[in-house]
Design a binder for this molecule. Structure first.
Ligand SMILES: [Zn+2]
Length: 255
């Protein structure tokens, strides 16, 4: 079942779903409906024809510009579509058919949307993170990581970040972490369990500190202007969900 044929179908499905994720990324922060109206050019407002809505292909054919107003179309569209296509193909290749592949892809889609919205708006919408916690836990009843690991994942993921945020607030008297980050890591915990959630947190903190130090070293700003933490959580969770188990095994051998 994991031949190249079904993998190509998975990639095409991924590109189509990536197109929907773009709609979510554009509309969720603006609090408009994600199902209505049909897609329009954000610059001139003209509704798009069906052939302008084909993932990746349309962007290339139109040379990244609107047909009417010639304003450039955000490069985010083909990037998100390609990334989602790649993720679907890789997940299908890796997991094969089953409940786990659905669970991991749902998490992956949520992470892509959260990454893009946090990067642009410094916002992690509740409409993704809160249902995400429930959906992740529901899946854990029938697949990895199991309901107990999922439940502990929710508590540890949310709890650790909440505690860190509280300490930071008491010491620095300013908001270091938002409640959005807390809910996002609780969601990640629900999907991948507490062990991989700790891997996520370590990877995200490490990457965040590294980028922060690079920004300071190149004098582009201090830690405060570093990327929002949700983007690092998304990257960390992606890493944890794919190679986290091997990483954990390797690490625990030193104990
Ligand atoms: Zn236009």
């Amino acid at each position: 079942m994991t031949g190249s044929g079904p993998t190509i179908v998975a990639a095409i499905l991924g590109a189509l779903i990536g197109s929907f994720l773009n709609v979510c990324i554009h509309r969720l922060p603006r609090e408009t409906s994600i199902v209505w109206p049909a897609s329009a050019c954000p610059s001139c407002g003209r509704h798009l024809a069906w052939f302008e809505n084909i993932p990746i292909v349309s962007y290339l054919v139109l040379w990244g510009c609107c047909r009417t107003c010639r304003k450039p179309i955000s490069g985010r569209y083909p990037v998100v579509e390609s990334l989602t296509a790649l993720m679907f193909a890789a997940a299908w290749w890796n997991y094969g058919p089953g409940v786990l592949v659905v669970s991991r892809l749902l998490l992956g889609c949520a992470l892509i949307v959260l990454f893009a919205i946090d990067l642009e708006h410094h916002l992690l919408p509740n409409v993704i993170t809160l249902p995400g916690i429930a959906v992740g836990f529901a899946f854990s009843l029938v697949t990895e990581p199991g309901w107990l690991a999922s439940l502990i994942g929710i508590i540890v993921g949310g709890g650790v970040l909440y505690a860190v945020g509280e300490v930071y607030f008491r010491v620095r008297h300013e908001e270091g972490l938002g409640m959005g980050d807390v809910k996002m890591l609780a969601m990640i915990g629900a999907f991948i369990g507490w062990k991989l959630t700790l891997v996520t947190l370590m990877a995200a903190s490490f990457a965040g500190a590294l980028v922060g130090l690079l920004l300071i070293a190149t004098r582009r700003g201090d830690m405060k202007y570093a990327l929002p933490f949700g983007t690092f959580l998304a990257l960390g969770a992606g890493l944890a969900a794919t190679v986290g188990s091997s990483l954990l095994d390797w690490y625990l051998r030193f104990w």
